[in-house]
Structure formats: C-alpha cells, structure tokens
Design a protein around this ligand. Structure first.
Ligand code: GLA
Length: 708
C-alpha cells in the first residue's frame, strides 16, 4: 500500500487508520491541511487553508497554519525556527524548493525549503509508521553559504490540530520520587509550556502529550498524541491562537540554547512522533507501546526476572555478602543478579568514587570475576550499576581532570549528592568513558548494565567550547548517545537499563539504547501503582522495571507487592538473608507465576481498566496479541468500609472466542466478559491476579487466585 501520496504541491501521508496532509497555498506557503481519520478517497482531503488578512493587525502569514514556520514578517505565534544571519538579520523567509521521496524503508518524504535571500536550507522529513498510526517528523537545517548562521530555535515539528479552540491537554508532571502524575486541563488562548532545563528529560515533566476534545476516555474518543524522541532539554508548547487554532510544537528547548551553524554544516533535530486514534487514551498508549517495543535494542526478547542489591544493602556490597544473596535469589528463580552502587574504587557512600570504574580493592580483593563466576554457576546472568556521566570531587578521575566537568571558571561548582557532571559534550571525555567502560565489559561476563544519572545540571559552562558554549545542551546529549551506542555496538548481548534517580530520563530518544527503565526510586507499592500508570501512558510494560522492596509504612502485604511488580519486568530488591523460609517460598511461587504470564505482560496489549491515580482501586489487564490469553490484576489499596471494588469490564478480548477466568466457574464469550462487569471482594491491602484463557488454548492449571 502506498502510504505517501506525492503531488507537486500536495502530500498525503496515510497510516492504517489515519491520514496527515499538507500542501502549498496559492502564496506558496507550506501549510497544514488535515490530521485525523483516514478518508476513503484521496480527493476527500481538504486543500490547505488560504488565509485572508485581518485588517492591519494580522497578516495572512500569521493566520496560516504553516507546517514549519520560521520567525519572519508579521507572525506572532510560536515558530519552529528562529535564526540570526551573520549580518544581523533575524527574519527567515522560507520558500518551497522541492519534494522527493528518499530511498529506504519506510522511505521518508523530504520537503526542501530555502530562505528567499540567504543560503540557508531547511529539509523537513516525514516518515509513516503505518501499522502504528504514527507519523514521524524531523528537520535538518543546513548552512549552504560561507558565513555562519546562529540558530536560536530549531524545533522538530509543529502539530496542528483540526480547527478549533476547545481542546483538552493531557500531560505528565511530577518530581523525584513522585513521577508520572497525569494532568488533564483545557487549553485556553495563549500558550501552555512544558519543558526541561535540567540537561536530561527530567522527573518534572515528560515530552509526551495527548489532546482530546474533552470527552475521550480510556476506551473511546478522538485523541491526538505525540512524543519527542530526545533525552536532553526539551520544550513542548501548546498554543491556542486568538483565531481559534490549536497546535503543539516540540523540540530541543530554546531556553539558553544557541547553535553556531558554520558554513557547510547541518543541524539535525531529534524526531517527534505523533498519532491519532478514535479509540481513546488506551489505544493511544497501545500504539506508542507497539512502536516502542519494535524499536527496543533487543526487540521482543523477554526480559529476565532480576534481583538488585540496592534496596537490600545500599553501598554495603562485597563478594561474600553478594554471593550469599545470589544463592537465595537463585533458589527463588531469579534469572539476573544485578549489583548496584557501591562496588567500585573507594565507594562506601555517595561522596567518593564516581569516575573510578574499577572494583574496590577492599570489598573485592580478587576483582569481580569470582563473584560473576559464582552467579553464573548458580544459573543467573550478572548485571552491574554504573553512573558514567558523573564524578565525585573525591576521585582519582577528578584529581587528574578537574577541567572535565561542566562549570564556569569564575563560579562555584555546585555539588548535588556530592557529585559533578562530566562534560560529555567534550570528545576527550567521551573517548575516556568508552575506553574505561569497554574494558570493564570486555574483561567481565556482564549481561546487563544499569546506567544511572543522579543529578541535574548547574552552572552550565563549557570553557574552551569550539563553538557557542550554549551548544552544550545538545552536544552533551549527542555525547551520551555516542558513548552508549559505541558500547552497545561492541557488546551487543548486553541489556541496558536506563535510570536517572528513577524516572528522570525516560523518553523515546532513549529507546534506541535502553531495553528497560527504572521508573521511580519510589517503590512503595501503592504509590507505585500510580507511578506505573503514568509511565504506561507512553511506555510499554516490557520497559518498566518494577521491584519488590520493603519500602513503605505500613508495608503492603508481600503478594500485593509482587502483583504490583509483575505488571512490568519483575525484580526483587530486599535483603533476602532476612527473609523467612515462608517468604522465600512465596517469592519463588510468585516468580514462577510471573514467568508463565510474562509473555502476555511484556508482549501483549495493556488496558487500564480502573485508573489508580487518585483512587483506592486499580485494575490493569494484559491481552496476548492473538487474544487467546489474558491476565487481570486488581488491587485495593485503602478505602473506608463499607466500600466495594467497582465492577470491572474486561477489554481487548475477541468477542467471539469463549474464555474461562480463574476463580469463575462459567465459560463465556469475550463479548459477555467485556460487558458483564466482574465483581471482586477485596479488603484493604488485597490484590488478585487472574489468568483468562480462551477455551481452545485453555490447558493451564489455576494460578494465583486471591492473594491473601
Ligand atoms: C539512584 C537510583 C537507585 C540506585 C541509586 C544508587 O538513586 O535510582 O536505584 O541505583 O542511585 O546510588
């Protein structure tokens, strides 16, 4: 099926369910025309709107929904591009030059624009992800002249919503330990800005949006949604103009940003992906989940059950104690043993050692090999924590290279968690990290790396920067990508976990590097239900590492904690030496159950049946792609008596197949189970996991009925 319909002045991009169209107006302006449901015929799509001026106050260029507006002329809305030419002119007049479909699969459409006077070229790329109903956009700005050009804003895309000004924006807000709170608010004339100025994606917001007209819910309604695939400072601006137009712009943050585009050089923006559905917020998430899963470094390989030492012993790791824990973890069925912080040179607490990536001589007198060998002999893989971007002033690395950190020479170097940030914009810093970490990975049998990043930026100086020092914001991220990608290429078997003090760097830019994320440092099980729900707006369960810990007062019952973590990639991080035989037995039982349902959770479709945020209940269902199997999780956190768990209608089943649900004697059609509303009698702190099996494939025994 042709997904890009090429015209001379009009282009239509079609996915399975949706379409996106734009073209040239009679004035030659590249203008948005349509984004919504796919229409039966190509002739059905509207022409780009021709704007008439509104008296002397708003000219046509202000009123035209341009695909990629540059700041020029009498335009007052948010532009995608803002430049200063070498002669001081700050007005960029983009004219259409040509369109071509580049070779490659799926082939991107490239629209070329050029400034009317200066040799500045803007290439707009469009790629259609047909199966996921997503359009991907990015831009490349090239200086074809012989004088430098200063870029002050270079966004990835502006997404225009159908004409109207009564849209509701869903976005994510939070803070460390409280990430992923879903907010919904109506957009009003003016701009609503979400951004990061922290060098990374950040805990406080995420470059994800969903927009509806106020009536969509999890199951139905029109939703336009999107993300920015970028792991540094970003900006998302939702603007409602005074003329009733609504649009969302996304890109690298222009706050404190500048890029000196030397003659012959190009600036490539990150991608923005956006989609449309008529089936509500749940379907929007599932489309992103499918896309994300397809682009994980290790594809659809199931992720292992892991043990992590952090919440168990913090910095107090050594060979003997880790082996003792590993023996118990192996007995429970853990597949991957991860040693977290504390293992490297002089690392006893958080004030020393970062940067010196070799085993601490006191804790590991024989290096890491004996520990890894023992773990492998127990049948588990070995994983290790690192925080490559950081350095403690108390480290050999800092003593040798104090100039390698981000800093201004005349200002203090603000420490957070006693650490400073290495300037990964510098190629010598990148090369050093590649060499050291490559050696670590080459010399040890390491199957998994947890890459952490535990502070935000301060004093963002780059003395001796070859270009504009404000390029730091982008070049740092390119540096992180380069180090990570180089290591990943050299060690292709390694699974990577992305972490930044929990969920501080979760974005679609990371997907090319990481297989799974640490979603939050908050592992208290009821808080976690809400956090996981926010994360699921954009990321699939296979990327969501979730660990059973002993955080929380009162501590939720062990089965409850396991059930919460079984909704992603299951992990355990408790001091197993303190667990009773009974707890170890229960842990083993839970892990065995998880292994059975893991393909459905990690590779299936996710349905948020009862939203957790702000509610004492939660219900989440996963359905295998072929709809023959499903699993339902139901939780009750705390609610005064008498309170009953609301009836739960299943989703995603095949209406015509017949299904059996654990704990229910009847066999019914999917249609029936999706309409009848299941009742569960749960008390505070109780949870249940129910397997749902289609009759044809129903040969499994009953598991995991009510957890207490
Ligand atoms: C961060 C991570 C934790 C743990 C610690 C180690 O806070 O989010 O999971 O790895 O660092 O210092």
């Amino acid at each position: 099926m042709t997904t890009i319909h090429l015209g001379k002045t009009y282009w239509i991009l079609e996915t399975q369910q949706t379409a996106y169209a734009f073209g040239l107006t009679s004035r030659g302006t590249l203008t948005h025309a349509y984004w919504g449901k796919r229409l039966p015929n190509l002739e059905d799509y509207p022409s780009p709107p021709e704007a008439a001026p509104y008296e002397s106050w708003s000219g046509p260029e202000h009123l035209t929904p341009e695909e990629y507006p540059a700041y020029a002329g009498a335009k007052y809305t948010e532009p995608c591009l803002k430049t200063t030419f070498s002669d001081g002119v700050r007005d960029t007049v983009l004219r259409f030059v040509g369109a071509e479909q580049r070779i490659g699969e799926p082939s991107p459409l490239c629209i070329t624009l050029r400034d009317a006077y200066y040799p500045l070229q803007v290439a707009l790329y469009y790629r259609v992800h047909e199966r996921y109903d997503l359009i991907e956009r990015w831009a490349e700005i090239t200086n074809l002249g012989d004088a430098p050009v200063l870029l002050e804003r270079a966004w990835s895309a502006l997404w225009h919503l159908p004409w109207g000004d009564n849209y509701r924006l869903s976005h994510l807000s939070g803070q460390w330990f409280k990430e992923w709170r879903l907010c919904r608010e109506f957009l009003r004339p003016g701009v609503k800005v979400k951004e990061s100025r922290r060098l990374t994606t950040g805990h406080t917001a995420n470059p994800w949006f969903a927009v509806d007209r106020g009536a969509a819910d999890e199951c139905q309604g029109e939703v336009w949604f999107g993300v920015l695939a970028w792991s540094g400072n970003w900006k998302m601006v939702a603007e409602v103009t005074e003329y009733g137009a609504t649009r969302i712009g996304l890109g690298v943050n222009d706050w404190d940003f500048a890029w000196r585009l030397a003659p012959g050089e190009s600036f490539l923006t990150p991608s923005s992906l956006a989609g449309y559905t008529q089936e509500g917020f749940g379907a929007a998430s599932r489309l992103l989940h499918d896309y994300a899963r397809k682009h994980l470094p290790h594809g659809n390989r199931l992720h292992p059950v892991l043990y992590n030492s952090w919440e168990a012993v913090f910095f107090d790791v050594n060979e003997a104690s880790q082996i003792a824990l590993a023996e118990r973890a192996a007995r429970m069925g853990v597949e991957l043993f991860v040693m977290d912080d504390g293992w490297f040179h002089r690392r006893n607490k958080d004030n020393a050692g970062l940067g010196d990536w070799w085993p601490d001589e006191r804790k590991f007198p024989n290096g890491l090999k004996p520990l890894i060998e023992r773990i492998n002999a127990l049948g588990m893989d070995f994983g290790l924590w690192i925080e490559p971007e950081m350095v403690n002033p108390d480290s050999d690395l800092y003593r040798a290279h104090p100039d390698w950190v981000i800093h201004f020479p005349t200002r203090q170097r603000t420490q957070m968690r006693s650490q400073l940030i290495l300037n990964l914009a510098r190629s010598d810093v990148q090369d050093y990290l590649i060499e050291k970490l490559d050696a670590l990975l080459s010399e040890h049998n390491i199957a998994f790396i947890k890459w952490d990043m535990n502070r935000n930026v301060s004093e963002p100086g780059w003395p001796d920067a070859p270009g504009d020092p404000r390029e730091l914001w982008v070049r740092y991220v390119h540096g992180v990508y380069r180090v990570w990608e180089t290591l990943a290429k050299r060690h292709p078997h390694v699974l990577w976990q992305g972490c930044s003090g929990g969920g501080g760097r979760v974005d679609f830019g990371m997907l090319r590097l990481v297989d799974q994320f640490w979603v939050s440092d908050n592992t208290e099980a009821t808080a976690r239900l809400e956090i996981q729900e926010g994360f699921s707006q954009l990321m699939p369960a296979i990327t969501m590492e979730s660990q059973v810990t002993e955080m929380g007062k009162p501590l939720m019952p062990l089965p409850f904690r396991f059930h919460v973590s079984m909704m992603g990639v299951l992990g355990v991080s408790v001091d197993l030496m303190k667990w009773s035989e009974e707890e170890l037995r229960l842990g083993a039982e839970m892990i065995a159950l998880y292994k059975e349902i893991r393909p459905i959770v990690q590779l299936g479709d996710q349905y948020r049946l009862l939203p957790a945020q702000g509610s004492p209940f939660a219900a989440v269902q996963y359905v295998s792609k072929d709809k023959t199997e499903s699993v339902l999780f139901v939780f009750r956190t705390h609610a005064p008596e008498p309170t009953y768990v609301p009836p739960i209608s299943l989703r995603g089943l095949d209406p015509h197949m017949r299904y059996r649900i654990e704990g229910f004697s009847e066999t019914r059609s999917g249609e029936a189970w999706m309409n009848l509303g299941l009742r569960f009698d749960l008390k505070n702190g109780e949870s249940t996991v129910r397997r749902i099996t289609s009759i044809a494939s129903s040969n499994s025994s009953a598991h995991g009925a009510k957890s207490n």
